[in-house]
Design a protein around this ligand. Sequence first.
Ligand SMILES: O=C(O)C(=O)C[C@]1(C(=O)O)C=C[C@@H](O)C=C1
Length: 273
Amino acid sequence: MKIAYLGPKGTFSEEAACRYFAREETDWHISHSILDVLEAVREGTVDKGVVPIENSIEGTITMTVDGLLMYELFVEGEIVLPVSLNLLTASQTSLANIKEVWSIAPALAQCREFTRKLKLPTKHFDSTASAAKAVKHAGRNDVAAVASEWAAKAFDLHVLERNIQDNEVNHTRFVIVSKVQSTLANTHKTMLIVTPNEDNAGVLSKILNVFSALNINLSWIESRPTKKKLGTYQFFLEATVGTNDRSLDKAITILETLEHQVSILGSYQTTHL
Ligand SMILES: O=C(O)C(=O)C[C@]1(C(=O)O)C=C[C@@H](O)C=C1
């Protein structure tokens, strides 16, 4: 099975993908960006892709959510990975010497308190590991990458500070995406997109009421702009029931009767690593 993830070696995506598919025969496809992973799935270059969708400190990774829509992909699994972020330098140095911190935007956002306290400017890269690789090749001792210990080993970097994220406990959830909708039995979560039929007062609350009236718990809500008109949105909802749950069927029927557009992005189980 061909599987794409965000590279280079040493990313959290690599850790999530390798540990999740540890028992399967895999042909890895390493992509340069999250959108490249999704595009490889869309084009059929790979069978599946593994991408981050939400972090417990920073929230939704909007690039992934927008990419799921743009490439019309489905979600067939979910992985929750503990994330510890470290400050990595090319060689041993002190914090006082660091002038700039490099990483992917969501990782930098997870350590905002640390970089703000030290008044350190940041620079964006396509992944934590590409920032680590750049630090290795920059030949400088005044720049540092925010990345994993796995990346420190991969690029032979020095760990200057450990666990620098804003909260000691930190998790990122990844989704496994594919071009076809899988028919998994025994799933316990379902991701939906609801596009309201019109933009009227209380439309979101009316949509949410359908779920609460049917006693369906929602574990995630994200609104994304339709990109067509300011102030108009589509809602991503994650319900903690599978598609075989009759109350979910009912909720979808009611929403469609109210002329909202509903599509199922996938139904899946969660794997905690
Ligand atoms: O850059 C990486 O290592 C990734 O796998 C991406 C990513 C993300 O964008 O959220 C994944 C997990 C961590 O939250 C930090 C970075």
